[in-house]
Structures are given as structure tokens and as C-alpha cells.
Design a binder for this molecule. Structure first.
Ligand code: PBG
Length: 319
């Protein structure tokens, strides 16, 4: 035999020498859920190991991340007050706006990304403004999203990440940011976001499940691939700086196709259901904890440059 692939697997040194993909801290973005009130740090029952923090308790969380060397966070607000127009989403004193200011005060170098959407803020739980029949009105929703994004930038967000899946929202947000003087705030667009069952634990954590119906008129059909490329292309045309595929683990094929087709930084969201599955299996002794690294590594190998993951802290053990 001339060809013996095992030659390159003989010991750790040679395996490390030929290793193709590794996770690095700079690839990881950690999600933080911020709630109203004071002195709250409560474990989220659907997302073990992840907590709801009130703004005054964020210090602990931020310190832990800084100590671990995690440099990127994405903030999600869980407001007390909801209405048909989601006005707390763009309020100057909204929960996310307060949290942005707090994180920047605690750790000026922490890169703060914000999720731009309405579902946590509307009383009906949909990602936009409804018409009388309960349908989400696309064009009516755009100025709201733009206003939310600008309010985040005003509060000090480094980057905004629209996750609503309205048509034209990247363009609307880009124009509004530019007009407000935030031409250097990048947009990371949730471009190929599927109508997935894997968001369940997040919706329980963010109190954002739709009160009726589902999100299938705006989030993508789980069966489609070409459509993902069209969505990505549109977002790039409208000014997206980074494009995202979400979820990640059941959509590795989409990540790879997007990577092969566009010369753009690609993000992937290792969503709540993916976290919960592996977390519970590890906790119950069904899987070795290294399955965490393996699963997130697969997202990088598929082509993602940036990975939003609830596992960010645990991954630091192996990085
Ligand atoms: C808001 C939003 C959702 C997630 C991120 N932003 C929920 C949804 O679309 O229903 C899900 C993230 C996760 O499951 O971890 N639209």
C-alpha cells in the first residue's frame, strides 16, 4: 500500500499539524437575555445554564465573558409592556437600550450586537404590524424596524441584526441608519431564517411565541435551498455587511451553499433548540460533553465565520 491515511493520524502532534478547522474565540457570539426590574438573575427553564438578567445584575455576566475572552454579545430584550405596535422596542428607555448603555459602561471593548425584531414587543407576538385579518403587513412594518435599529445605534450598539424577515428591511434600516449619521454601523442580516421548530426554547425564554398562527408567511419554508440564495442576494444588494443562516445544525447544507456562492462573512445561529438537545443529552450522561465542541465545529466546517451560540462559554474549555 502506498497510500495510508492513518500515517497522518498516528499521534496528537501529526493530527494537530494537519488539522483543517478549529473554533476560535473570535468566531463566537454569546446571546444575553435582559429583563425588566432589579436584582434578577434567574435561570431560564427552557435553556439550562442561560439566565435572565436585569440591567443592574449584568455586571456579573459581562465580567465572566471578559474573563473568558469572549468579545461579542447579542442582546435580546424581554419587556414587561407589549402593545400592537411594539413601541417598547424603540423607546429610548427600553430594556435593550438600557442594556446596551450598561454593557458599554461596564466593558467599552465588548462588541454589542442587537437583535432587531418586534415579536418580543408586540402583544400578538408576531414580528411586525398586523392588518385587520391578522396578516403581518410588510411595508407598514419597515419604518418600525428602521426606528428600532436607529434607537439601538443611538444607545451605542456596535452592530444591528434584523431577524424579522420582512422584505426590504435591510434597505430600510441602512437608509435610516445613514440618515441618522450611523453609516459605520454594520448590519448582520438574518437572511435565510427558516420557520423552524428549533426556536421553541427561545420563545419560552423571550415570551415571544405568536399568540395565534405561525411565522410561515415571513420566515422561510424549511424545504427550500434556492430560496435561501435569493434571500441572501437581496440582503447583500440592500446593504447587508454580514449574512446569516438560521438555524445552523439542520441547515449546514445552506451555510455551505451560501459560503460557496457569495464572498461575504457568513454567520450562523446555533439556535435554542439545538442547544437544548445537546445540553440535555450531556447532562443526562447520554453524550460526552465533547459533543458540544463537535456540533459547533460542524457549523464552522460548513462555512460559517461567525457563530451565535449559547455554548460560547463552555466552548472556551476546548479553545
Ligand atoms: C426574533 C428571534 C427569534 C430567535 C432569534 N431572534 C425567534 C423567532 O424567530 O421566533 C430564535 C433564536 C433561538 O431559537 O435561539 N425574531
Amino acid at each position: 500500500m502506498i497510500k495510508r491515511p492513518r500515517r497522518l493520524r498516528g499521534n496528537l502532534a501529526i493530527r494537530e499539524m494537519v488539522r483543517e478547522t478549529t473554533l476560535e474565540r473570535r468566531n463566537l457570539v454569546y446571546p444575553i437575555f435582559v429583563v425588566e426590574g432589579t436584582n434578577k438573575k434567574e435561570e431560564i427553564s427552557s435553556l439550562k445554564g442561560i439566565f435572565h438578567y436585569s440591567v443592574d445584575r449584568l455586571e456579573e455576566e459581562i465580567k465572566e465573558l471578559v474573563d473568558l475572552g469572549i468579545k461579542y454579545v447579542i442582546l435580546f430584550g424581554v419587556p414587561d409592556e407589549k402593545d400592537a405596535f411594539g413601541k417598547e422596542a424603540y423607546s429610548e428607555t427600553g430594556i435593550v437600550q438600557q442594556a446596551i448603555r450598561k454593557v458599554k459602561e461596564l466593558a467599552p471593548d465588548m462588541y454589542v450586537i442587537t437583535d432587531v425584531c418586534m415579536c418580543q414587543y408586540t402583544d400578538h407576538g408576531h414580528c411586525g404590524i398586523l392588518d385587520k385579518t391578522g396578516n403581518v403587513q410588510n411595508d407598514v412594518t419597515l419604518p418600525y424596524l428602521a426606528r428600532i435599529a436607529v434607537s439601538h445605534a443611538v444607545a451605542g450598539a456596535d452592530m444591528v441584526a434584523p431577524s424579522d424577515m420582512m422584505d426590504g428591511r435591510v434597505g430600510a434600516i441602512r437608509t435610516a441608519l445613514d440618515e441618522a449619521g450611523f453609516m459605520n454601523v454594520p448590519i448582520m442580516a438574518y437572511s435565510a431564517k427558516y420557520a423552524s421548530s428549533f426556536y421553541g426554547p427561545f420563545r419560552a425564554a423571550a415570551h415571544s411565541a405568536p399568540a395565534f398562527g405561525d411565522r410561515k408567511t415571513y420566515q422561510m419554508d424549511i424545504s427550500n435551498t434556492d430560496e435561501a440564495l435569493r434571500e441572501v442576494e437581496l440582503d447583500i444588494e440592500e446593504g447587508a455587511d454580514i449574512v446569516m443562516v438560521k438555524p445552523a445544525l439542520s441547515y449546514l447544507d445552506i451555510i455551505r451553499r451560501v459560503k460557496d456562492n457569495f464572498n461575504m462573512p457568513i454567520a450562523a445561529y446555533n439556535v435554542s433548540g439545538e442547544y437544548a438537545m445537546i445540553k440535555l443529552a450531556v447532562e443526562n450522561g447520554l453524550l460526552d460533553e465533547k459533543a458540544i465542541y463537535e456540533s459547533v465545529l460542524s457549523i464552522k466546517r460548513a462555512g460559517a465565520d461567525i457563530i451565535i451560540t449559547y455554548f460560547a462559554k463552555e466552548l472556551c474549555k476546548w479553545i
